[in-house]
Design a protein around this ligand. Structure first.
Ligand code: AHG
Ligand code: MN
Ligand code: MN
Length: 332
């Protein structure tokens, strides 16, 4: 008999530590896992089924959608709307909050997600993922826009699923971070990475260097010092990686440390950063902090930002604690 712990078993065992738990949350996570298995399968068959490429439509952020952005969004919505665990949803791909159809019961949770992160990578067969954040809403009521505008510290759960060489789910409910790998043979996520911790120091940074001229001076200074390597004030050489999939970048940092930045960008005052607070920065911030790392805009802790819009963008600096603290200190 296999001694591996499945995701379901893991969540049920965690739930036993919470006497007032009803089991609703466990079922919700199972539904998210089921949706992500379906997405993994869909993404994997992309070229065969002709689902790669652009959809020739734009989302609320003015980004051209890929066919798979829309398909994966529909998979998430269809997998979660009927379950009775949610009071509403927010998706990167949908302008307004998504209501639970009238015929289904409404639960107490709110799900916010980026159905396909790194979707520019889909046509070149690189790792993409799904990011999700769970908040509490008001049980039995249709969630309104204001209900979603909660600080990241209020998240009850955050996770992401990587569609890479293996399909993996990384999860936190505020008791550390655990990684599960999809065993394709049995169709179950099994616990493979227990209590993931990010080293406090690193010699690896991640930033899109082509935007350098739009950064503020603290980030300019930090990257300049990294680039000087052993000959500069840091007295050590740095390596650089940029996958352009936040999921892949965050997973690498969880595995071997590093610092990831999509900093404030002076190009467009309406877009202070590229990444979205509610379904990218907050869930990743929660995971990173739970693994011992840090997550900031440079000026404030991401999880303490009081949101004003479900699609708001923020600068993001996250990863190994000592490096993030250094970049923050350059902002002071
Ligand atoms: P999405 O595909 O959901 O729009 O997100 C892409 C994000 C993030 O995953 C990645 O770190 C960043 O955009 C890449 O941006 P550049 O293409 O500007 O490098
Ligand atoms: Mn994204
Ligand atoms: Mn996306």
């Amino acid at each position: 008999m296999s001694t591996q712990t499945t995701l379901t078993q893991f969540i049920i065992e965690q739930q036993r530590n919470v006497p007032e738990a009803t089991g609703d949350f466990t079922l919700l996570l199972n539904d998210i896992a089921a949706a992500c298995k379906r997405i993994a399968h869909t993404v994997n068959r992309g070229s065969i089924t002709g689902m790669l490429g652009s959809a020739d439509t734009e989302n609320v952020q003015g980004e051209t959608q890929k066919q798979l952005d829309i398909i994966t969004n529909d998979i998430m919505v269809e997998a979660l709307e009927w379950t009775g665990h949610l009071a509403g949803m927010v998706s990167e791909e949908v302008d307004d909050p998504i209501s639970i159809p009238e015929q289904y019961p409404k639960g107490k949770y709110l799900a916010l997600f980026d159905p396909l992160d790194g979707s520019s990578n889909i046509d070149v067969n690189l790792t993409v993922g799904t990011i999700f954040s769970i908040l509490c809403g008001q049980e039995g009521t249709d969630a309104k826009l204001e209900d979603f505008l909660q600080e990241g510290v209020k998240q009850v759960c955050a996770g992401f699923v990587l569609y890479g060489p293996s399909t993996m789910m990384i999860l936190t409910t505020g008791q550390g971070v655990n990684g599960f790998t999809l065993d394709q043979d049995v169709g179950e996520f099994v616990l493979t990475h227990q209590d993931m911790k990010i080293p406090e120091d690193t010699q690896e940074f991640s930033i899109n260097m082509s935007n350098q001229r739009f950064w503020e001076s603290p980030v300019q200074q930090y990257i300049d010092e990294c680039m000087q390597g052993e000959d500069g004030p840091r007295n050590k050489n740095f390596n650089m990686r940029w996958v352009a999939s936040m999921v892949a970048e965050v997973y690498r940092i969880l595995t071997r440390g590093g610092i990831f930045m999509y900093p404030l960008d002076k190009r467009d005052p309406n877009k202070p950063g590229k990444l979205r607070l509610m379904y990218e920065a907050n869930p990743m911030g929660f995971i990173i902090e739970q693994a011992g790392g840090a997550c900031s805009t440079g000026r404030e802790r991401i999880l303490e930002i009081s949101p004003n819009d479900i699609h708001q963008r923020v600068p993001v600096i996250l990863g190994s604690k000592n490096e993030v603290d250094r970049v923050v200190s350059y902002h002071q």
